[in-house]
Write a protein that binds this ligand. Structure first.
Ligand code: NAD
Length: 213
């Protein structure tokens, strides 16, 4: 196996499978269980434009087995995918940089259905420190380490301007953060034992613009 292939496995599961699972979950939750109790891989394949075999393979990681001709029991599949994704567990995070994006993420209620919660947000701007966003306190960055230790928070979100992102990442790691979700455009660097997910809105935008041309 090449190192490239190794990188794409997360605890033995292909990363693309992990990325597809939340799509399946959101879709399954839109279905009316009074009308429909089973869903087949070919039906899901039509919805998502993926291969039915791929969908069966992905769902196989949840250990849910489909019934011949009818497919998967939706009631069984939803909690199985939540369990697979860890969405039924508590995943608490701290966010640094309460600007346009940071405030919007802190305000967003939709994360809660994934067990993910921004417990507190941090900034250095005195006009923001001491305020609240939908009951989430905005605290000075100085308070991060102590609170992260006390509250056992291991996920950090970075929404500071690009030029400060790496230094915030380094601080987070030194304060005990194990996983970083970075929204600044330049990918941040950290030791291999730190989980880093860089999210760039510009990558999706680039695809749209390129396709338009
Ligand atoms: P913004 O200027 O509105 O907010 C930045 C916030 O970070 C401010 O509140 C500022 O006080 C705070 N800050 C600056 N330095 C800090 C430090 N050292 N410690 C703590 N707080 C600090 O910026 P924005 O528009 O919200 O963008 C934030 C980041 O997100 C930028 O890097 C931007 O490029 C990026 N962004 C990413 C996406 C995406 O999808 N990935 C989308 C939009 C913006």
């Amino acid at each position: 196996m090449s190192s490239n292939q190794i990188k794409k496995l997360v605890r033995g599961i292909p990363e693309p499978t992990i990325r597809r699972m939340p799509l399946y979950l959101s879709y399954l939750k839109t279905l009316d269980l009074n009308e429909k109790t089973y869903i087949s891989a070919p039906k899901m394949a039509k919805v998502f434009g993926f291969d039915a075999t791929q969908i069966t393979k992905d769902i196989g990681y949840t250990n849910v087995v489909g019934k011949t001709r009818v497919g998967f029991d939706i009631k069984e599949l939803i909690p199985a995918i939540e369990d697979f994704l860890g969405f039924n567990k508590k995943n608490d995070a701290f966010l640094v940089g309460v600007g346009n994006l940071g405030a919007a993420l802190t305000k967003y209620g939709g994360f809660e259905k994934t067990g993910f919660k921004i417990l507190a947000a941090f900034d250095i701007d005195p006009t923001k420190v001491g305020t609240e966003i939908n009951n989430t306190k905005v605290l000075h960055l100085d308070k991060f380490q102590n609170l992260a230790e006390r509250m056992h928070v291991t996920i950090g979100i970075i929404t500071v301007p690009d030029e400060y992102a790496q230094q915030i990442a380094d601080k987070m790691v030194s304060w005990g953060i194990k996983a970083i979700w970075n929204f600044a455009p330049t990918p941040i660097k950290a030791n291999e034992d730190i989980i880093v997910e860089n999210t760039s809105i510009y990558s999706n935008l680039a695809v749209i613009i390129k396709k338009l041309k």
